[in-house]
Design a protein. Structure first.
Length: 471
């Protein structure tokens, strides 16, 4: 339910459409759930690169007046959320610079695990940074490359980067996108037919962006692949030898929209299966299954289907809370949660409730929700979580808190149950999660549940302290 520590990003790119910036805007609009702090776009008309970025929601940033300042047939766009303290326009994306390769702009979803090292090296050689985000590092690497072509310079930069990155890149006459060798973060490509048989290519973090603009989903940008859309057409190349995949399982658990296809698989289908397997593994005598909206809905439907218990919307979510809302300083207990959720008393009163949510991170929100359901008259509250306990922070672009703040890193399931004041608590097993996402070939990263990271983590102290923010 909570948005408080979300720090993902969403990216979009459009090549070859007379209304590129309008399309990128709509695509970004569909990716608003991936970041709500700032939004930005760079476009090119073949001669100049234009850039607009502002703090705020996509719909507020891109007024018709601002969109009118983004002409051309190519555009890249980005929406971002970062934690408090790092909330500033300087870190908003895309980043654009002029260098010996012309004006170039880049936007990035992910987290470079060697950003601090690269940055120190670049600074030693005289590079000046304006922001604290990893993404600027990418731009400097490209700008200082001796390669003569943009694609060559980008290839060289990509080979120096470690960690998670799905990148969209704009030059005067082309759009280039790339994904890290292990494919942590998603990136998909699609196309649109224009009149006269011309093709427009689109790229986005999730396929829901294509649905809105009427583009046809083609396939994923492969891990370790660079795709160039330019005057000569579409070129796909592997810039690095194939490596084992490490796709972020949390995209299927929580981040992505259920109407998206992510890593070639329907998110809705994965969540439904998580719910089914959860009901099989941890059944409980009860009267109703209630989701924590919106994050628990798909899994709760699966749980209800498997258990034969009725599914009820016993918690109603308000969708209209603006970020400008000021909480009263005289703390009204649970105010934040009450603003977002309200229980439906006549569905809960006297009932034994199975409450389904996707995850427990700090436990504070879940505790408030359990209390809210009890106050609405529930006789019993059984919490069911559609993933394993979150025990380790993510260094690949999901903003989980430090180990110290992760309740499951420091408490047993029974201790968490007591903290939540639930009658019972169960998490999905690792085996079931693997099965739910169809991971027969070991292609997912589960580090937040296992503590086993699929890459070497350089500068771990800096990563933990979050000096160089994820984007
Ligand atoms: P809590 O009980 O305080 O740990 O909060 C759990 C809620 O946070 C669940 O409803 C999750 O859907 C939500 N959640 C989990 N991970 C994240 C994340 N990275 N960003 C935002 N919300 C999250």
């Amino acid at each position: 339910m909570a948005d408080k520590f979300r720090e993902e990003c969403g990216v979009v790119a459009v090549y070859g459409h007379p209304e590129a910036s309008n399309l990128a805007y709509l695509g970004l609009y569909a990716l608003q759930h991936r970041g709500q702090e700032s939004a930005g776009m760079a476009s090119s008309d073949g001669r100049h690169v234009y850039c607009v970025k502002e703090m705020g929601y996509v719909a507020d940033v891109f007024t018709p007046e601002r969109l009118a300042t983004l002409p051309g047939t190519m555009a890249i766009a980005h929406t971002r959320y970062s934690t408090a303290g790092e909330v500033d326009l300087q870190n908003a994306q895309p980043f654009a610079v002029s260098c010996n390769k012309g004006t170039i702009a880049v936007a990035h979803n992910g987290n470079l695990t060697n950003a601090a090292e690269l940055r120190r090296e670049l600074e030693r050689e005289g590079a000046i940074f304006q922001a604290s985000s990893d993404t600027e590092v990418v731009l400097h690497l490209v700008a200082r490359s001796r390669e003569r072509t943009i694609a060559g310079a980008l290839r060289e930069a990509l080979l120096q980067m470690e960690g998670a990155f799905s990148l969209v890149f704009l030059a005067q006459d082309r759009v280039i996108v790339a994904r890290d060798p292990q494919g942590f973060r998603p990136l998909v490509m699609g196309q649109m037919e224009l009149s006269g048989g011309k093709k427009c290519y689109v790229f986005a973090s999730e396929t829901c962006a294509f649905d809105l603009i009427g583009a046809v989903y083609m396939n994923e940008v492969e891990p370790g692949e660079m795709v160039i859309a330019g005057p000569e057409g579409l070129t796909r190349e592997r810039y690095v030898p194939q490596q084992p995949r490490a796709q972020c399982v949390f995209e299927h658990v929580y981040f992505s929209r259920p109407d998206s296809i992510v890593f070639g698989r329907s998110v809705q289908e994965s969540r439904h299966m998580m719910g089914r397997l959860l009901a099989r593994e941890s059944p409980v005598p009860a009267d109703v299954v209630v989701p924590v909206p919106d994050s628990g809905v798909a899994a709760a439907i699966g749980f209800a289907a498997e258990s034969g218990l009725p599914f009820r919307h016993g918690l109603i979510r308000s969708h209209y809370i603006g970020r400008t809302f000021i909480e009263p300083t005289q703390a009204i207990r649970d105010f934040g949660v009450k603003l977002k959720l309200n229980p439906v008393r006549n569905l809960l009163d006297g009932k034994r409730v199975v409450l389904v949510d996707d995850s427990i991170v700090r436990g504070t929100t879940s505790r408030k929700i359990v209390r809210m359901v009890r106050q609405a008259g529930a006789r019993e509250v059984h919490m069911r979580i559609s993933c394993p306990p979150t025990i380790s922070p993510c260094f690949y672009g999901v903003d989980t808190p430090t180990k110290g703040e992760l309740i499951a890193a420091n408490n047993t399931v029974e201790e968490i149950r007591r903290f939540l004041d639930a009658d019972s608590l169960a998490f999905l097993s690792m085996e079931a999660l693997r099965e739910a996402v169809g991971d027969t070939r070991h292609e997912y990263c589960y580090a937040c549940y296992t503590g086993e990271y699929p890459t070497e983590l350089v500068n771990i102290t800096e990563l933990v302290r979050g000096r160089y923010r994820r984007s």
